[in-house]
Design a protein around this ligand. Sequence first.
Ligand code: PLP
Length: 378
Amino acid sequence: MDPEVLAVMLPYFSAEYGNASSIHSFGQGTRAAVERARIAVAALIGAQPAEITFTSGGTESDNLAIFGIAGGESAVRRHIITTQIEHSAALNPCQALAKRGIDVTFLPVNRAGVVDPAAVKNALRPETVLITIMHANNEIGTLQPLEEIGRIAKEADIWFHADAVQSAGKVPLDVNALGVDLLSISAHKIYGPKGVGALYVRSGTPMEPLLFGGSHERDRRPGTENVPGIAGLGRAAELAREKLSEDSARVSRLRDKFEQGVLAAVSGAKVNGAEAARVPNTSNIMFPDISSESLLIALDMKGLACSSGSACSSGAVKPSHVLTAIGLEPADARSSLRFSLGRHTTEADVDLVLAMIPQEVARLRAISPENKKPVAVK
Ligand code: PLP
């Protein structure tokens, strides 16, 4: 978390304890903080503050959008279009609705990890109610052509939701340019706290709530507001907006240096999704003849945290659904690791990791029982 975010949050755990939905002055002080945050989140994505609903994070925002549009009693149209590479926070709500009898089309992506807008258009049916497609993929970072899909959705008069959890703060976002009606973000992906996020809902979109209770968040999301978290998300959104171009230029340069260094030092290594436009911070690399779990553990022991799939499915042995969807053989998917760089990554960090990876790969290749024909490490 950015220290500036923490500083903004701290008073709301102690001195500023009022309930933001209370009428008394203690409540009005914290209400002001919530509304300031709403303005900041709206500004990050080109929305109006009234179109922002605070949630407990990206998972809830995705669920609220998908169930709120397609799962409600009032949803008469019963078909959803999505892709095979969505985060489980969107994929699993779609699968849950499929079990309830709603048809879901899970569109494939190409080898670069990008869905074809023409395929979205071809999948449209008179009963299509929602298109839900992520902006940046969490495993390989590839960006989807949302503007084109937004135009298709608008022409067909179908609600369009985008999970922008991985793209917010990494690339410029404008809900009107993208043509989305709903958009999910999460604070902890933009140096804010965990457990808080937001859903943009275009004014006039008939979304039903997921939870029932009080009338908080304009009847969209009941429950006493998480004021420290919301204030933190607001500050994180302000910082993301201020630092976007500087962060993205610096991080993409470091990511390119990292990838070039790994490719030069490790024979057979390949960057997954490199052919497509990507967010600057994500790098997913395949290391043939190595199990990603072994490399992950070896690197963890040296102090480097990386991921062998999406974080939410770590521990599951099945290969990543994203990597198999881009056409990787299961063995290659099981040999791939995701590295994430960020605002606080330095050139020295990259140099350190570039020294570490070839060594660990060579060591693991040498001892791998599956590795009958060891591949040389340059
Ligand atoms: N969507 C995407 C693309 C993500 O990467 C994540 C988290 O990794 C989520 C949704 C879930 O967000 P949260 O962890 O805030 O629930």
